[in-house]
Ligand binder design. Structure first.
Ligand SMILES: Cc1cc2nc3c(=O)[nH]c(=O)nc-3n(C[C@H](O)[C@H](O)[C@H](O)COP(=O)(O)O)c2cc1C
Ligand code: SF4
Length: 401
């Protein structure tokens, strides 16, 4: 994989940084002052859900336990997402420094990176990097000269299940169990890895923390919108001239993004990966922001030549395969939605049955146990709504029964 760090341009993350700089600054600050800056920045988790980072950290910092953990979620399983891989390969300084700062603030002694199994090839360079940090006293005992601040980072490999990116399934997997979502509450902030208070943060969230400590919360929120501050890394794939990872301010419209990557004759844009929503041309003036079209960073572009039923079938096959089977709405629901897609493909459906499947999708969104089943119907519902004429004219067409 080519390192393009020098060429990448951005306002927050794709900027110069010296390893250890923010760790040294952090250990000279009071923990509450760091928390204040994170709160001031209004940083929201980059893993998809957009939960305020300062709230998560405050809850874990307040939990009384001599043992606490930081987990960096590097599972990156959402189809179409590859920005965390770029951060880990080209900007490990931002990610690992963020993990150390998180450990300092909440009082953890250990950080664990849960690395996507398919990224095993990154492991040797990441291990070498951690070793250099130890030599520079950025990991280990009395870090950066701060008496009593002892912290180290370990990397563990995931094993390929999409649901293991969900934070409680990830923790189960780290503990050596089958990767299945836990009931919540209790939440990981009080009862996480090994039953101890745990912060689980996405790779990009932790990288943002390093830049916030370096430059301040007020600086961070100069970019973006009032509800979605800072920048966002977008993994852009599909029908365009310049696919890749881009840093752009939150609030960028889909039209602006399409111009930037040289996308022409675009019919559809899938925002947020397979679990996100699919927009048509009339919606390309929407903003990429939590308050409008939110995303963990996957953007897939489809031009006029693409068959949207085929796109939908691909997503639904993925979810049917990846459902862990623990709860009925997701296990049966995804099977039924996929069956519906196959019925449309064969021209053997009624419009009322398809409407019932959309209702089933809405039930799954509220009744499923974890985010997988809560979000898997998004593609089904949005593609059927936004590409209705194309989809329902497939095969022999449906009947009104
Ligand atoms: C099925 C599923 C897969 C997920 N995969 C990831 C992932 O690969 N990486 C990630 O950071 N978050 C993923 N999440 C979100 C995590 O559960 C969690 O919200 C996130 O790691 C918290 O970090 P943040 O607050 O920094 O966003 C996934 C959630 C679900 C429901
Ligand atoms: S929603 Fe799906 S993935 Fe999540 S617990 Fe239920 S069956 Fe498993």
């Amino acid at each position: 994989m080519e390192n393009k760090r020098e060429e990448r341009k951005g306002a927050v993350l794709f900027t110069p940084y010296n390893r250890g700089q923010s760790i040294k600054k952090a250990v000279s600050m009071k923990r509450d002052d760091i928390l204040f800056e994170i709160k001031e920045s209004k940083l929201r988790g980059r893993g998809g859900a957009g939960f305020p980072t300062s709230t998560k950290w405050m809850l874990t910092a307040a939990a009384t336990s001599p043992e606490k953990y930081i987990v960096c979620n590097a599972d990156e399983g959402e189809p179409g997402t590859f920005k965390d891989r770029v951060l880990l390969f080209e900007y490990p300084d931002l990610v690992f420094d963020g993990m150390v700062i998180a450990g300092y603030v909440i009082g953890a002694g250990k950080g664990i990176v849960y690395l996507r199994g398919e990224y095993e090839y990154l492991l040797p360079s990441l291990e070498d990097y951690l070793e250099e940090m130890r030599k520079d006293n950025l990991l280990g005992e009395n870090i950066a000269g701060k008496d009593g601040f002892n912290y180290d980072i370990e990397i563990r490999l995931g094993n390929g299940a999409y649901v293991c990116g969900e934070e409680t399934a990830l923790i189960e997997s780290l503990e050596g169990h089958r990767g299945e979502a836990r009931n919540r509450p209790p939440f990981p902030v009080t009862t996480g890895f090994m039953g101890k208070p745990t912060v689980v943060n996405n790779v990009e969230t932790l990288a943002c923390v390093t830049k916030i400590v370096e430059n301040g919360g007020a600086w961070f929120k100069e970019n973006g919108t009032s509800k979605s501050t800072g920048s966002k890394l977008m993994s852009i794939s599909g029908d365009c001239e310049k696919p890749g990872v881009y840093e752009m301010p939150w609030g960028t419209t889909i039209n602006e993004l399409l111009d930037m990557v040289g996308a022409k004759n675009v019919k559809a844009v899938q925002v947020g990966g397979a679990s996100g929503v699919c927009l048509n041309k009339s919606q390309f003036d929407r903003q990429l922001a939590y308050e409008d079209a939110g995303t963990g960073g996957s953007i897939m572009i489809f031009n006029e030549s693409r068959d949207m039923l085929h796109v939908l079938k691909n997503f639904m096959e993925f979810f049917e395969e990846e459902s862990c089977g623990q709860c009925t709405p997701c296990r049966i629901g995804n099977t039924k939605l996929l069956e519906g897609v196959n019925m449309i493909e064969n021209g053997d459906f009624t419009f009322s049955y398809i409407n019932k499947l959309k209702d089933l999708g809405q039930t799954m969104q509220v009744a499923s146990k974890c985010g997988l089943g809560q979000s898997s119907p998004n593609s089904f519902i949005s593609i059927l709504e936004n590409f209705k004429d194309e989809i329902l004219n497939k095969g022999n067409g449906g009947t009104n029964g």
